[in-house]
Design a protein around this ligand. Structure first.
Ligand code: GLN
Length: 463
């Protein structure tokens, strides 16, 4: 990377922005800042980055794709932003996203949908909720982008735009300054086209942060690095729960060819079972709206958001004028979340979902060879090193058809994440990669908790 390549990228952005609606806010002075900057040789020097607009930056507004934060500028940089800047990266803009990370097609943005750069002739979705981050990388506007993944929001857009999308283990990258959607699942993830860039960025961000109470401790990081695998061949499990008849046949063929490629490289492939994976969708849509409802209560026009000039009450509802600035999907989730937390439903919904989440984690632990560093499982000596599945159940739909399906029922959209949610609920490191160049299909490889480096190294060895 050089000053010239960075400037070329920056100059390409206005045209790409017009075509794909990638960014919500751009740093118009980026080129000047780059020219003025004293050039030191740092790990991320000249790497141009796009940042999902739910990660706070002090020099650009952070909207979360929402009208309610339209003018919000943070007084500080998120830890991950500070780390990127300190390593020489140039942050060019804040990328478009589904409002507060809720969505899988990028259609729930106050700033209009992102258009998938892989399809110039048709308006297709780029996936969500990190839609702009994926499109920025796919279109070549940036060298890498940060997204967030709560239930699949880095991996699904990566698959739809045929790039790499890495969701690290929960707690590996600091969440300090990441606006919470569902904090027990939220992870910062990295999108890039090249492994060497993804690895560099992860090495910069993969640090303990005292400001994030859920950041993985230094001791556990040390233990995790001691068990990073140096094998040449691995055992890979394919969970039967991730095989569906509805998968389009060319997608199935690409997937099977990928499995064959693994075997031809000497890896062993086994069928495995994660019985609770089938419960992931209801667990996810019970827990995340509950966490979201609680997190979003701060947008009351007093702490965050703008207070209506004339009134706080509309039709007897306090804060209704302010909170109508949330889009429909966010409002739906607040209602659902508060319902799941109310005394009538708490035990049967929220508590039950928490118990099922533990069962799901135990199911994953039962198939991995490595013990779970956090929960102290035994490890299965006949188990596998990685789990393989498709990332998405289908190809990216057109914006039109996605919108229509959403109008019929929001659950149609929820179904897009069935293959990505289980790993999010279990906090596992997972990388989605495109088995074929420029084809919107992703396969994802998952490792045991904290085995992030092994996952990245293994995936990059397959190139
Ligand atoms: N599509 C899922 C949702 O709407 C996942 C989103 C995410 O990972 N941020 O909750």
């Amino acid at each position: 990377m050089s000053l010239r390549s960075a400037i070329t990228r920056i100059r390409s952005i206005p045209e790409l922005q017009k075509k794909y609606n990638i960014f919500i806010t751009l740093d118009r002075d980026a080129e000047q800042k780059l020219q003025d900057k004293e050039q030191k040789d740092q790990l991320l020097s000249y790497l141009v980055a796009g940042i999902k607009d739910n990660i706070v930056t002090k020099d650009m507004r952070t909207t979360c794709g929402s009208e309610i934060l339209n003018d919000y500028v943070s007084p500080y940089d998120a830890t991950c932003i500070k780390m990127l800047r300190d390593s020489g990266s140039i942050i060019i803009g804040k990328t478009n996203m589904d409002e507060f990370g809720m969505g899988s097609g990028g259609l729930h943005s106050y700033f209009k949908p992102v258009i998938n750069p892989l399809f110039d002739d048709q308006k297709k979705v780029a996936g969500g909720s990190s839609s702009g981050s994926a499109a920025a990388v796919a279109a070549g506007a940036v060298d890498f982008a940060l997204g967030t993944d709560t239930g699949g929001s880095v991996r699904l857009p990566a698959a739809y735009t045929s790039i790499l999308g890495f969701k690290p283990s929960y707690g590996r990258i600091s969440r300090h300054g990441v606006i919470a959607y569902a904090q027990s699942l939220d992870c910062v993830g990295i999108l890039a086209k090249e492994y060497y860039i993804l690895k560099k960025v992860f090495s910069v961000l993969d640090k303990h942060d005292d400001k994030d109470p859920t950041s993985l401790s230094k001791e556990l990081r040390e233990k995790a690095s001691q068990r990073t695998k140096k094998n040449k061949t691995f055992r890979i499990g394919i969970p039967q729960e991730f095989i569906q008849n509805s998968i389009p046949s060319e997608m199935r063929t690409t997937y099977l060819n990928f499995v064959e490629k693994l075997m031809s490289k000497g890896h062993e492939v086994f069928p495995v079972t994660i019985p609770s994976a089938k419960d992931s969708l209801p667990i996810y849509y019970t827990l995340t709206p509950a966490e979201a409802a609680s997190n979003l209560s701060r947008y009351d026009g007093i702490r965050y958001g703008e207070r209506d000039e004339k009134r706080d009450i509309q039709d007897g509802t306090l804060f209704a004028p302010t909170r109508s600035k949330f889009g429909t999907e966010v409002q739906n989730r607040i209602i659902l979340g508060n319902y799941n937390l109310c005394s009538a439903a708490f035990k049967d919904h929220y508590v039950k979902a928490q118990k099922l989440r533990v069962k799901l984690i135990n199911d994953f632990d039962a198939v991995f060879r490595l013990p779970n560093l956090l929960f102290g499982s035994k490890g299965n000596e006949n188990g596998v090193d990685f789990i393989l599945s498709l990332t998405a159940t289908n190809y990216p739909p057109t914006i039109d058809s996605f919108h229509k399906a959403d109008l019929v029922s929001p659950t149609n959209e929820y179904l897009n994440d069935v293959f990505t949610m289980p790993m999010s609920l279990a906090g596992l490191p997972t990388l989605s990669l495109p088995p074929l160049k420029n084809v919107p299909i992703g396969v994802q490889l998952t490792g045991q908790y904290a085995d992030d480096i092994s996952v990245i190294d293994f995936c990059s060895s397959l190139e």
